[in-house]
Design a binder for this molecule. Structure first.
Ligand SMILES: *Cc1c(COP(=O)(O)O)cnc(C)c1O
Length: 395
């Protein structure tokens, strides 16, 4: 039964993530590969979820999501960005951002339609596009003239948009590069969307995790974009509850209806007790979010400084909780080779960045580290890397 899987999904076999997780367990390495925090979210949030379950919130919530959460999401968007969404028809709760993205693509992309994506990219985009029988058209983010911040070449972006282009998926703050797209960059994207009548799906799950005073600007807030954009976010990264899988989609009614139509047959609804707890957190835990943001900024500096000491060249991110590092200063060329030897040699796990690219050659010299870990864990990883960095095998 080795080829039982449908042809359009065969390129998505076991990922390097599974291999690295296994290696981490086998070698008892410090795991900076996986992107989840090793501490819980706000205590009140976690307690509230339990209390709602104990109080009988255990059956199917409404198909659109709990009204408390939809109202909290809409009020938050209005407060922070001046964007108005009707909580009863323009906000829709999904099982994490992942389900929202998949249902958006499945509900709006016809077979053969092209979807522009910025790469390196979050792995679920390509899979959702393939499930829809669409065609992914990657535009590669590369370090700018300063050598640190990743961005796209506007000419390259323009060149991939054609008559079959239906949608662009924009992730900012961007995993794995840590780039927070600037207004000028978003203007370029918006202009193309208006000119070619494209839909936009924005993945904003790291909207709160931004550093150095950078500003998160929703693409939907640019002229002519609200009516063609599905903005997607979730609680997992903001409140350090990645296992909860509570996300939301915001957009104009016809687009949200398309997402709902698909998603009602995929997951239908998301856990109601968790939705209520997240609604409360959106209203009452913004101070915790700010403290978390500040703590992550320090962790970023802690890890980036340490990686540089260990001989890597980190690309210091403006957002998310990942840092990409160039391995060439150590004499390595291939991130897979380094990532496979690092757990045994140094007892540290990282992820080779090439898995985030359509053409692996683009990201061959990069690995990604997560810094959403406790300080002693980060320090131990750095100590090991400084002491026991492996030597390149040579060619
Ligand atoms: C983690 C992550 C997601 C998934 O969010 P969930 O709410 O857990 O589904 C989506 N996009 C990006 C870029 C991520 O890093």
């Amino acid at each position: 039964m080795s080829d039982a899987l449908v042809a359009r999904m065969r390129q998505f076999g076991e990922t390097i993530f599974a291999e690295m997780t296994r290696l981490a367990a086998e070698t008892q390495a410090v795991n900076l590969g996986q992107g989840f925090p090793d501490t819980d979210g706000p205590e009140a949030l976690v307690r509230s979820a339990g209390a709602h379950m104990a109080n009988g919130v255990n059956q199917y919530p409404p198909g659109l999501g709990r009204p408390e959460l939809r109202s909290a999401v809409a009020a938050d968007r209005r407060l922070r960005f001046g964007l108005d969404y009707d909580p009863d028809s323009e906000v829709y709760v999904t099982v994490g951002a992942t389900a929202g993205i998949a249902a958006s693509v499945l509900g709006l992309v016809e077979a053969g339609d092209e979807v522009v994506v910025l790469e390196p990219m979050y792995d679920s985009y390509a899979a959702a596009i393939a499930l829809a029988n669409g065609v992914a058209r990657p535009v590669t983010l590369r370090p700018d003239a300063g050598g640190t911040r990743f961005t796209f070449d506007p000419a390259e972006l323009r060149a991939v948009v054609g008559p079959r282009t239906r949608m662009i998926i924009v992730n900012s703050p961007h995993n794995p590069t840590g780039t927070v797209l600037r207004r000028s960059e978003l203007e370029t994207i918006a202009e193309l969307c208006r000119e070619h009548d494209l839909l936009a799906v924005t993945d904003e799950v790291y909207e709160h995790l931004i550093f150095d005073g950078a500003e998160h600007i929703p693409l939907a807030s640019l002229p002519g974009m609200r009516e063609r954009t599905l903005a997607i976010s979730s609680a997992g990264k903001t409140y350090s509850v990645t296992g909860w899988k509570i996300g939301w989609v915001m957009g104009p009614k016809p687009l949200v209806r398309a997402v709902r139509t698909v998603n009602q047959f995929l997951t239908f609804t998301a856990n109601g007790a968790l939705q209520l707890a997240v609604a409360e957190a959106i209203t009452s835990q913004q101070e915790w979010v700010q403290q978390q943001r500040a703590a992550l900024e320090q962790k970023r500096d802690r890890l980036a400084t340490g990686l540089a000491r260990a001989g890597l060249r980190p690309h210091v991110p403006q957002g998310t909780y990942f840092v990409m590092a160039d391995i060439r200063p150590l004499g390595f060329e291939d991130g897979v080779e380094l990532a496979r030897s690092l757990p045994h040699a140094a007892g540290v796990v990282t992820v080779p960045a090439q898995v985030f690219y359509a053409d692996p050659a683009e990201g061959r010299h990069l690995v990604r580290f997560a810094f959403c870990k406790q300080d002693p864990v980060l320090d131990e990883a750095v100590r090991r890397l400084e002491a026991r960095m492996p030597q390149p095998q040579g060619t």
